[in-house]
Design a protein around this ligand. Structure first.
Ligand SMILES: Cc1ncc(C[n+]2csc(CCOP(=O)(O)OP(=O)(O)O)c2C)c(N)n1
Length: 370
């Protein structure tokens, strides 16, 4: 038996007092009622509606992408339904000059930051044209290596600070990503140099099949901010207004020279981790799914807008039809994009090719010309 320690102070109490300070920030409850009036964002009616339009549009994109993937017409795809508020309301708080460093599930934020839909489909297909951000779209392409984007964000944010830009770098990872070494290195470095960064953990409760409870003993993921001396906010990630307001305040702090913020959004993905073959019924119960569907970000935000007389079924149908038509056009454009070749990849990789590759380049050039 372990010897009984003679405690001089109550370590458990110190821990519990710290952890209990992280309460989930919510503005809209599940029925769309405002429960925290003083936090309501300063958004016009047009902006409130625009945010809903983006969420509805993105839900349709998710449904179409899953279907295209099943038909073998897409490529890599990580479903987003359930995470719209977490993804789109945080992006909505950004300015055009801000940089996004996304993970593989964060293509919607890129689209709303300016990435053409055709290119988003090309990213899914592994085409190099979908991996190069167009001029004026301040973003890196989605990172597959979990946590790597946190380190890169510290660097991008510091670079912006050194150049005197009034802008921020924002990045996203999941609950699983918050266990990576890169996660801690990124937030620590950004904190030490007061880099204008926003670090988002989209806590959808699962890293593929590993539940959040197996990731850490910490009560919240937001509290990890304390270890590096920055604010950590836990936000209801199914509540678009709360996510927007938290990100907006984090942005204001960052451009004001006050350094980074860590935001944990409590959210859920309804679909599988990716379309590559995991089966969520093996690690989640249908009761759990139903509990989260009640919290749906679109449902509660729709009720909020309807109560204000800002949203109707006709309006929603209009957005759905527009989404379907834009998706159809973009898929066609992606289909008509010239296939990438081996020599494309070699040219993109090297300014000057080493001798052995230069020889292979000539061989491939010859083959491709036939
Ligand atoms: C460094 C690294 N380790 C492992 C993987 C394999 N992998 C891909 S996604 C994933 C789970 C990530 O879960 P989470 O961070 O919670 O994000 P979510 O997909 O739920 O948004 C893992 C382990 C990887 N891509 N990179």
């Amino acid at each position: 038996m372990a010897p009984k320690l003679k405690a001089q102070f109550d370590a458990e109490k110190v821990l519990n007092d710290t952890q209990s300070q992280f309460e989930m920030i919510q503005i809209l409850d599940e029925d769309g009622n405002v429960v925290n009036k003083k936090l309501l964002p300063d958004l016009s009616d047009e902006q409130l509606v625009e945010l809903m339009e983006r969420m509805v549009w993105t839900r349709i994109l998710d449904q179409r992408s899953i279907s295209l993937n099943r038909q073998g017409r897409l490529g890599f795809y990580a479903p987003t339904a359930g995470q719209e508020a977490s993804q789109l309301a945080s992006q909505y708080a950004l300015e055009k000059e801000d940089f996004i460093l996304p993970g593989y599930r964060d293509v919607p934020q890129l689209i709303w930051h300016g990435l053409p839909l055709t290119e988003a489909f090309l990213f899914s297909r592994g085409h190099f044209k979908g991996n190069r951000m167009p001029e004026g779209v301040n973003a890196l392409s989605p990172q597959i290596i979990i946590g790597a984007q946190y380190v890169q964000t510290a660097g991008v944010a510091l670079g912006m600070k050194k150049r005197g830009k009034q802008a921020v770098a924002i990045t996203y990872t999941g609950d699983g990503g918050s266990s990576q070494g890169d996660f801690y290195e990124g937030i620590n470095f950004a904190s030490a140099y007061k880099a204008p960064a926003i670090f988002v953990i989209q806590n959808n409760n699962y890293a593929i099949s590993t539940p959040r409870s197996k990731q850490t003993a910490a009560t919240t993921l937001a509290q990890k901010a304390i270890s590096v001396g920055i604010p950590g906010l836990q936000v209801d990630g199914m509540d678009a207004l709360a996510v927007y307001q938290a990100t907006k305040e984090a942005r204001d702090r960052a451009v004001n020279g006050e350094g980074p913020t860590l935001i944990e959004t409590i959210t859920y993905r309804y679909g599988p981790h990716t379309m590559a073959g995991d089966d969520p019924t093996k690690y989640r119960t249908s009761d759990e799914d139903s509990e989260w569907e009640k919290k749906d970000p679109l449902v509660r935000y729709r009720k909020f807008l309807e109560n204000k007389g800002l949203w109707t079924e006709d309006k929603e149908n209009e957005v759905i039809e527009r989404a379907k038509s834009e998706i159809k056009t973009a898929v066609k454009e992606a289909d008509n994009t010239e296939k990438q070749s081996v020599t494309d990849l070699m040219e993109l990789m090297y300014d000057e090719m080493p001798q052995h590759l230069a020889e292979q380049y000539e061989i491939y050039k010859e083959k491709e010309s036939k």
